[in-house]
Design a protein around this ligand. Sequence first.
Ligand SMILES: [Zn+2]
Length: 358
Amino acid sequence: MNAPSDKFRERVINAAEAALKAGGSVGPLELFQHMGLLHPVHFDGWRKGNEHYRVLEAWIQAGPEKFGKALRIFGEWVHARGLVPVEASYTRRTLRGVEPLQVTADGHPEREKFYRTHYAPADLNARKTQQLAEKLAKPLDLVVFEKVSEEGNCHECGAELPKGSFLFMEKGQPLCLACADLDHLSFLPAGDMALSRRARKHSPLSAVVVRFSRARQRYERQGLLVTEAALAQAEEQCAADAPERAVRRAQAAVERQAEDREFVQSVIQAIAQQFPACPPDEARSVAARTAERGSGRVGRSAAGRALDPRAVELAVIAHIRHTHTNYDELLMRGTERLDARRLVREEIERVLAGWKRS
Ligand SMILES: [Zn+2]
């Protein structure tokens, strides 16, 4: 009797910890998903408004006993962890506006509130708490698909939907934008982040346009559909504070340059340690090349990797290959790359050995 109950307790607690780590907060629906009692596909379908999953509670694969036990253990865990309640709102953006989603069949207020209540660490600062509350309240975006295939018609009016046209999916069927009541919106291509963010904020109705990339096997964001007025307002704001944003960008660039200089210095030091006899100007050029490839954009972990002794050695070897051997010349003359490498290997070893001596 004792063993299985301990095992179940462990399962509940592991799931709760994983859900908290993944989402920053955890509510019953997240707990059940991480326990494998509610399939994420069903949960997503429900969030997207798929009629099939309308009564989400019915999709939780647990009888009353298991359900109650899991929640009892969850409650004890919340208490032991000192978590505090934060109310999430499950909503969906529809063509009629933002609508609340209900979990139960009858929408019983207390049970709905129970499902909406998430738990989060008590030590979050005000800003983090606000961010979490906003995240929990954020309805899913309307999604418009850019068509990548040739054939297809609007399910409602029968209009052809050629490749490159936009369509909206409703209950698994494609609709042209006119039938979906989205044809009054203008397309704003992705690229200008400030403009996109503002246009979306001002637009009473907006949709994210995505296109499926066969090569990468994922949907990629192409831009937004927003109202003409929202776009105009956003453009006006961006024009007004463009100088300010330019200054911020310039500051960021200066910071990146300082980081790059620091990074170059640490690569030079690493080279000096491993190859004490490497001439300083050559060490500097190896470091500069490494920084060019990596630098501010790659972040700390990649910079750390670049300072790994083996990575330093590889960078030095590449430098020797190009500057102390006739490797490049061999390539120019049409020698196969691997043959060329073989031909210069000895010379590289000789230079490398010389530089290792202090
Ligand atoms: Zn249509």
